[in-house]
Design a protein around this ligand. Structure first.
Ligand code: ACM
Ligand code: ZN
Length: 755
């Protein structure tokens, strides 16, 4: 966090009392009638991210042109002019006419060039932007927003609320990860995003350039990385591409002019299948493999026992460091299955020679060796939180993605940290799991961190992994409006009320449209909660979005209207379909949810092993709430256990005659979710004496690809019980043929249906 905030002690909006209407009325009475549009002028100060200090006055500035008289010979001003020209192609914003000057940029030489601090003062007759060069750049971005939010296109005049802003960043690292590997984006898209990042005061483009599915950067010394590694064969034919060195330089320069640092990510030792497909000697087995054409984690990774691999990587980093002026390089380090290393003579020999106790230490050896090479090249490294699973001595920055815990550990070890937990920062996730409000509640500084340690948390990033982002349109829908929340969290930190923020976001939609952003929705339009009473379920329709109407349809019956907070009785097992409407038009996708009405609803449940905090669904009520998980395993109903068995006891209200027990398991082998290998149910009348009533060995087909739900049902039980013990054995480590062989598998279950 920035330490100089003593300058700006409060994050306050001092709204002047709105006397404009009073002034307008007086002018009217004096016979000096303002034009009707003036009457309705309600100046907006909805800047995002909200400035640290903003004092709004009741007066306003109005002029036909920003009259600069003499030009300011600085790039920041040229860019600002270009921005306005692009936004208002048919209008003239600047003039050098003889009329008096009304706009001034003051570069304060006493302010550090790298300081983001700026002051913006808008008076009735005059606008001043003041700061160091960088500060002036940010001040002009704020002014850009104010101009586009308030421009009066009827009178063709620039109207602005009078105000005083003093502003500076809270976090120094405000990042956006763009994955150009899973899907390849043209330079035009990258430049559009750099422009957008600048407007919203983000300052890091984390450019993910190498992956299993494609190597995306030109390398002279190893041309096959581009002739082979940049292309994959998939159902659409040959897919891929790479950025030439000239293009990379162009992007780096374009970004730098907008105060955005481009940090390349060159993944190692995992996520390297495209490199291995180009040069098979890089892997433990040295076998020819293909550039990956599916999504997941792959077990063929760089061999840690072969010195040629390190020579290759040192050569790569030589070319990379010549292209990127940033003093930081991201080296990945995430999701590297250790299976090949465990079975490789060279890797095992390295471990013996270096006295490394396991493959995690071998990974640290790998990272340290790369860090040392990069240190010689005057670069420090950033790596995902896996790189501190084993001790690492080099000066590394940790990017925490598997929750906050990796970041907390890193900070406790004195390492700089960037927070980007999947819970708040993965914008590739569906809006159902991370909506605008969720992003707005993101606090990069967890409560476990004291104020001194918090200095090590340099900021956060939102990540746009592109497996399911094949186009710029989808990138827009996933990024916006969530990026606005991230920008405010990272720039302003001490935040506005969400409702106020939401109102400001509303003001930005027309701006985003004009900036060619095909933004998505703020949250899923329909949410359901449920109540259970006397084994009867009532579904309740909720929404965080204002002014929507809804319909619901039970099974194939006719759709009926329902209001927000309306309740729907679920009479028996079946399917409910909901649709939201805005102004009579469908808003968002249908929501379909299946229900099971059964004897176990709301029974008591005890867990031998707790579910994972990342997949807790609805917690203790989740498996007995009558709501069934869908094919989206992040829908909030599926409960997940990593490497652990499901072992629960259901206590029913009373001794019950039970005929059937069924349950749903999920399999999506690419995400390591596998149906259990063994399931049993036991029953008891008193919770002391148990009898196994049924068991089944190995269900489902472990090799089956895709996402599917496997329902297992134990019929004809004819038992009287008050207690049921359900045991489902986790598959265990992923088998050798799996791309991520050796990793812990997940068991996902939803609902234990008792009939
Ligand atoms: C990651 O999402 N694998 C860093
Ligand atoms: Zn090896």
């Amino acid at each position: 966090m920035c330490k100089n905030l003593n300058l700006l002690t409060a994050n306050t909006i001092l709204n002047g009392k709105n006397k404009w209407y009073l002034i307008a009325s007086i002018l009217f009475l004096l016979g000096c009638q303002p034009s009707s549009n003036k009457n309705s002028f309600n100046p907006k100060s909805s800047v995002i991210p909200m400035p640290t200090l903003l004092e709004k006055k009741e007066e306003f500035f109005e002029a036909k042109f920003l009259n600069t008289k003499d030009d300011f010979k600085i790039r920041e001003f040229e860019l600002f002019k270009k921005q306005l020209k692009n936004y208002f192609p048919k209008k003239t914003i600047f003039s050098k006419s003889t009329s008096s000057k009304n706009f001034e940029i003051k570069i304060d030489e006493t302010i550090d060039e790298d300081a983001s601090f700026y002051e913006l003062s808008i008076g009735q007759e005059f606008i001043v932007v003041k700061g160091g060069k960088k500060g002036v750049f940010y001040g002009l971005q704020t002014l850009f927003q104010l101009i586009v939010l308030n421009y009066d296109s009827i009178s063709n005049s620039i109207r602005l609320p009078c105000l005083e802003i003093k502003d500076q960043n809270s976090f120094e690292h405000r990042g956006f990860l763009m994955d150009c590997c899973r899907h390849f984006f043209p330079l035009k898209t990258i430049k559009k995003y750099i422009d957008l990042l600048a407007i919203y005061k983000m300052n890091v483009l984390h450019w993910h350039l190498t992956e299993d599915q494609g190597w995306r950067i030109e390398i002279d010394k190893y041309p096959k990385l581009n002739t082979v590694g940049s292309w994959r064969e998939d159902s659409t034919g040959k897919y891929g591409g790479f950025y030439t060195k000239k293009e990379i330089r162009e992007i780096v320069k374009y970004a730098k002019e907008r105060y955005i640092e481009v940090i390349p990510e060159i993944e190692l030792p995992g996520h390297s299948q495209a490199a291995i497909a180009s040069y098979p000697f890089l892997s433990c087995e040295s076998k020819q493999i293909q550039v990956a054409n599916s999504w997941g984690v792959f077990k063929d990774i760089y061999c840690a026992g072969n010195d040629s691999v390190f020579i290759f990587l040192e050569d790569i980093f030589q070319e990379i460091t010549e292209l990127f002026p940033s003093n930081r390089i991201h080296i990945g380090g995430d999701e590297a299955p250790k299976f090949r290393w465990e079975n490789c003579e060279k890797c095992q020999k390295r471990m013996a020679q270096e006295n490394l106790k396991d493959e995690h230490e071998l990974q640290s050896y790998f990272i340290e060796r790369i860090a040392k090479d990069l240190e010689k090249k005057n670069k420090s490294i950033i790596g995902w939180d896996e790189i501190i699973e084993s001790k690492i001595n080099s000066d590394v920055t940790i990017q925490s993605w598997r929750g906050f815990s990796g970041g907390i550990q890193a900070v406790k070890e004195g390492k700089k940290t960037i927070m980007s937990p999947t819970s708040h920062c993965y914008f590739d996730y569906d809006i159902n799991s991370i909506d605008l409000e969720k992003v707005y509640t993101f606090n990069p500084i967890p409560s476990e961190i004291d104020s001194l340690e918090s200095e090590l948390i340099i900021g956060g990033e939102c990540n746009l992994w592109s497996e399911r982002i094949p186009s710029e349109k989808e990138l827009d829908r996933k990024t916006f409006p969530r990026l606005l929340a991230m920008s405010e969290v990272l720039w302003t930190y001490r935040k506005d009320k969400f409702e106020n923020f939401q109102n400001r976001v509303e003001d930005h939609y027309p701006v985003l449209s004009r900036l060619d952003v095909d933004y998505g929705i703020e949250s899923s339009p329909v949410r359901l909660s449920s109540k259970i009473n006397n084994r009867k379920i009532k579904a309740v329709v909720n929404s965080k979005i204002k002014n929507l109407e809804f319909t619901y349809q039970w099974n194939n019956e006719e759709a009926k209207p329902i209001k927000k907070n309306g309740e729907i009785e679920i009479p028996k097992s079946g399917k409910l379909t909901l649709q939201a409407y805005k102004n009579g038009k469908k808003y968002g996708d249908q929501k379909v949810e299946k229900f099971a009405v059964h004897l176990g609803l709301n029974s008591n449940i005890d867990y031998q092993y707790m579910y994972s905090l990342s997949y807790q669904a609805e917690g203790l009520s989740s498996l007995i709430n009558g709501r069934l998980g869908s094919l989206d395993f992040k829908d909030g109903q599926w409960q997940g256990f990593s490497g652990k068995n499901l072992d629960v006891i259901l206590s029913l209200d009373s001794l019950t005659s039970i005929n059937k027990v069924s349950m749903n398991f999920y399999q999506y082998i690419n995400s390591w979710i596998v149906v259990p290998s063994y399931i049993s149910i036991m029953s008891s009348k008193d919770s002391l004496n148990w009898e196994i009533i049924k068991s089944v060995d190995s269900i489902g087909e472990i090799r089956k690809r895709g996402k599917f739900i496997s329902s297992i049902s134990f019929d004809s039980l004819e038992t009287d019980a008050k207690y049921l013990k359900i045991f489902a054995k986790n598959y265990g480590k992923l088998p050798s043929w799996h791309e991520a062989a050796g990793a812990e598998s997940w068991l996902f279950i939803d609902e234990i249906i008792v009939e």
